[in-house]
Write a protein that binds this ligand. Structure first.
Ligand code: GLY
Length: 400
């Protein structure tokens, strides 16, 4: 199914026109102090990632580092986080122009490449777009394009038209599990339609997002983590959690993935339904009585033990990055609010409570992420995605 070039050209011009006018609406004076902090953050982060690179086994990817034992946990390329290390190296290379960061990114991309054929995960957007997507943006190469298109095709094998979603986790026959995190894998599909002209990628992304709006959200605009659909009929069988405090709770990173995902949906389609969805998720987060004054969320908005519950720096990084993009689409009053909150998040994350001192934290940039509380894994540790979205958010603020 190939969209005609004429329709594409018109829709591209229309999108650009709306996008430019949306971007022009807000004139915001950036915080000069924060801009100085950001430049220091880039230099410090580059130093940390060089340390991380030195400690990395040749065919492995960083997962985390445990402050209590001072030991690393590494992963193979199949782990959902494998794209964040190369992605962060590439962002930091762009900011520092340190060629050793680029060389290390190119090395690890070769280890990652084989995942383009992986059809057993929905995480190919995270894995391949945060890595090869950034590499291709910085220096486009035919092999990167090929890897990304192959990855997009692999991801689409998991789409079930009856359910209207891409399958997140494999499970027993008849079940079809979809998690809110999956919204983050759709950007790869929009890219694939733009470069190939094949609109089937675009249609799958839009269908997945529309099904998610219909079923994944509660009346207060928070989202469930996991939905179990009947694979044959598409009927929702269960709404539950895996990484949150309870089925009915608002797992902080899940809210962050939704916010970011629907912001990307609006960027790529200009459909106001997605802008409204992103704004509603933002309202849930920003107006929540359990969002602390420093704006770093607890790992779950309904975590037991608040105010003594652990915070999740990774959720704050993702939210800050998403809010900064969303500020370019929202109306001016709300836009300013999003920027002010993102500034607060970035200042807090850049402070000593969260940003690791040079030569500590195993070379990771941020401390205090929560990976999987119910599993009791990766609790109060650095996380590669926390680092990636933190650096992305700093870049977005700098480029506002
Ligand atoms: N499931 C991906 C995450 O932990 O956010």
């Amino acid at each position: 199914m190939t969209m005609r070039p004429f329709i594409w050209a018109i829709s591209l011009i229309f999108s650009l026109a709306i996008s430019c006018s949306a971007q022009k609406k807000v004139i915001y004076k950036k915080d000069k102090g924060l801009l100085r902090v950001i430049e220091t953050d880039f230099k410090d982060a580059a130093g940390q990632y060089k340390m991380l690179a030195k400690n990395l086994p040749v065919d492995k990817f960083p997962k985390t580092w445990f402050p209590s034992t001072e030991k690393y946990e590494f992963s193979s390329s199949e782990w959902w986080c494998s794209g964040f290390y190369p992605g962060t190296l590439l962002y930091l290379y762009e900011q520092t122009k340190d060629p050793s960061l680029y060389t290390e990114a190119e090395r690890i991309l070769k280890v990652l490449e084989k995942e383009k054929n992986n059809t057993s995960t929905h995480d190919l957007g995270f894995m391949m777009f945060c890595s090869f997507g950034n590499a291709n943006r910085i220096a486009a190469k035919p092999e990167y394009k090929d890897i990304l298109l192959t990855s997009a095709k692999s991801l689409c094998t998991r789409f079930n038209p009856k359910v209207g979603c891409i399958r997140s986790w494999d499970s027993k026959a008849g079940d079809f599990l979809v998690i809110i995190d999956n919204m983050m894998n759709l950007e790869l599909l929009f890219w694939a339609t733009k470069v190939s002209g094949d609109s089937s990628f675009y249609k799958i992304a839009v269908t997945h997002a529309n099904t998610t709006i219909k079923n994944h959200f509660r009346p207060d605009h928070s989202s469930y983590h996991v939905l179990n659909y009947d694979a044959e009929t598409g009927v929702v069988k269960q709404k539950r959690t895996a990484q949150g405090a309870a089925d009915g709770s608002a797992w902080a990173r899940g809210q962050a993935w939704g916010l970011y995902g629907f912001t990307v949906m609006y960027r790529e389609t200009k459909d106001p339904v997605y802008l409204e969805q992103a704004n509603q998720i933002a309202r849930f987060i920003l107006d929540h009585p359990n969002l602390p004054a420093d704006k770093i969320p607890y790992w779950d908005f309904n975590a037991p033990g608040i105010p003594d519950a652990l915070r999740d720096a990774s959720a704050a990084s993702i939210m800050a990055s998403a809010l900064l993009e969303l500020s370019g689409y929202a109306d001016s009053k709300v836009s300013k609010e999003y920027i002010v909150i993102a500034e607060k998040m970035l200042k807090t994350l850049s402070g000593t409570a969260y940003k690791a001192a040079a030569g500590t934290n195993g070379g990771f940039i941020l401390q205090h992420g929560v990976g999987h509380m119910p599993n009791k894994t990766e609790i109060d540790v650095p996380l590669t995605y926390g680092d990636y979205y933190f650096i992305e958010a700093l870049i977005r603020y700098k480029n506002l």
